[in-house]
Design a protein around this ligand. Structure first.
Ligand code: ATP
Ligand code: CA
Ligand code: CA
Length: 435
């Protein structure tokens, strides 16, 4: 049994944390799912359920490898949210905890959050700050109502809100949400757009080293990209975005972005850009990585190192557990026979995404995967301070920390602008010049 103490290195603690996260999810989600469905009450939005895990277990909580405490927030609300988003309860649990694989998205944000993919890449676990956690609980009823009224919302789909508390007191809050990108298609270009230009540039030279880098507003503008949706799709998209932004403004949220992943049909799926680091967890209590100390697997490695490690690990695991794990590691998720279509959802109608469409309604060669992410930043004191300092040196409308009302308008206008085709943009400029 591995003890969490002062001597373990950071990475080691990470492994245990992830184990505890998955074990906690498995137990608490199964517990709620096992009950007969019922209507929500207002108390459900404030509810929290605590579990204590240890190696002996008891009649309510099965035994676990480590000692930790787990909190499940508003379990009934999230159960209903998962139903609204049409997740199959058994699939959800399987994806998150059924196999011993999770992979980490090498710290993509500045915020210090960690991101993990579920083994089938359908879900993302994001660790969040306590302030974001408190905020999500505060707005949960508004969010829930919005989802009920807007099944096609572009906002992040939240499926669970939990907390792990380690024996020495460290608390880790996290959410489970949809991966906007499909498990079964290569995404050739990624944009994270806020509608701001200051600091919103990814150095194009660095793309060679890092082809999966997330590009930003200035890259989009420099490349003269357009979000080509044709007339009908464009109307659906802007209409939904407008409603989503109304909610974000009302809840005083800012700093969110539109995440766009582009799958180029002419390039297809051959390049296999998924070089994510495979990492092994053991939520079921069986030994998936016998003999290997967890710290070796979970140190944040360099890219070369992680590729080599993943290869070694794959070989090792293949020898240990030839059938189930070998299957997961050798094949990409689409080869496992999973279906990734999300029937009934407007923005997932074409191969899980939204296919680019010309003005004459003919289909274009790209599929877009879209969503509004990072929407738990409340315009609080910190942002006001940031606004003040940055406001001294830059054009105030261009800085990213604007009050929510202006942030939302600028965001929406930018996105509306990029959905204009080149011809449309030209027509509009001519018209403006006439006025
Ligand atoms: P910051 O506050 O500095 O922007 P953060 O830690 O809050 O960072 P996010 O903005 O939520 O992080 O996400 C960072 C990046 O991670 C995104 O630009 C995107 O590439 C990826 N990402 C985040 N959420 C998702 C998602 N739901 N689906 C796919 N990719 C995502
Ligand atoms: Ca962000
Ligand atoms: Ca953030």
């Amino acid at each position: 049994r591995v003890l969490v103490g002062t001597k373990v290195d950071e990475s080691h603690a990470n492994w245990v944390t992830a184990y505890n996260m998955l074990t906690g999810i498995r137990v608490s989600v199964s517990r709620t799912n096992a009950k007969l469905d019922r209507e929500l009450t207002s108390a459900d939005f404030e509810a929290k359920q605590k579990s204590t895990f240890d190696i002996t277990g008891n009649e309510l909580v099965p035994s676990a490898k480590y000692d930790f405490k787990f909190k499940d927030y508003a379990p009934w609300v999230f159960r209903h949210l998962r139903a609204l988003f049409r997740l199959d309860p058994a699939d959800y649990l399987m994806s998150l905890t059924g196999k011993y694989i999770l992979s980490e998205l090498g710290s993509p944000g500045k915020s210090g959050s960690f991101f993990y993919f579920s083994r089938d890449y359908k879900y993302i676990i994001k660790t969040i700050h306590h302030a974001e956690h408190k905020f999500l609980r505060k707005i949960l009823m508004d969010y829930y109502t919005h989802v009920q009224n807007n099944p096609n919302t572009l906002l992040s789909q939240f499926y669970g809100l939990h907390r792990v508390k380690m024996p020495y007191g460290k608390k880790i809050h996290f959410v489970i949400m949809n991966n906007i990108f499909p498990p079964h298609r290569d995404i050739h270009t990624i944009f994270d757009l806020k509608g701001s230009t200051i600091g919103r540039d990814y150095k194009e030279e660095d793309l060679e080293k890092n082809p999966r880098a997330t590009l930003k507003d200035l890259n989009w503008l420099r490349r003269k990209q357009h979000l080509e949706l044709g007339i009908k799709k464009k109307r659906l998209f802007l209409e939904q975005l407008r409603k989503d932004v109304v909610l974000l403004k009302k809840l005083q949220i800012m700093d969110y972005s539109l995440l766009i992943g582009i799958h180029d049909l002419s390039r297809g799926n051959e390049e296999n850009l998924r070089d994510k680091t495979l990492q092994v967890f053991n939520p079921g209590g069986e030994r998936a990585s016998a003999g290997e100390p967890p710290s070796v697997l979970l140190r944040t490695p360099s890219k070369m190192e992680s590729v080599r490690k993943a290869r070694e690990l794959r070989e090792k695991i293949r020898q240990e557990r030839p059938v189930p794990i070998g299957q997961v590691l050798d094949k990409m998720p689409d080869e496992l026979g999973d279906t990734h279509s999300r029937p009934g959802f407007v923005f997932n109608q074409d191969d899980g995404g939204f296919q680019a469409t010309h003005e004459d309604n003919s289909l274009a060669e790209e599929v877009y995967y879209l969503g509004v992410i990072d929407c738990l930043t409340h315009y609080g004191l910190i942002k006001k301070i940031e606004h003040f300092w940055k406001g001294l040196s830059h054009d105030r409308s261009q800085i990213s920390a604007l009050p929510p009302e202006q942030y939302g308008d600028r965001f929406y206008n930018f996105v509306e602008g990029i959905t204009m085709s080149a011809e449309e943009a030209k027509r509009q400029t001519i018209q403006k010049e006439r006025e």
